[in-house]
Write a protein that binds this ligand. Sequence first.
Ligand code: ZN
Length: 59
Amino acid sequence: MEPVVKSYCLECEWEISATDYTADERTAAMVDHAIDTGHDVDSITRTGGADGDGSGVVL
Ligand SMILES: [Zn+2]
């Protein structure tokens, strides 16, 4: 499994850092946000984000 740097919303400014929350807490927060708002959420991973997007991630 790739290490997640952070999870974020594609439609608003919502995001949650993997350094501050456990994977379970982050997943629960992502689901809550998606259900509450109907927004799509995505995650940035260390190994998967090398193709342009996410290069400016500050931990
Ligand atoms: Zn959102």
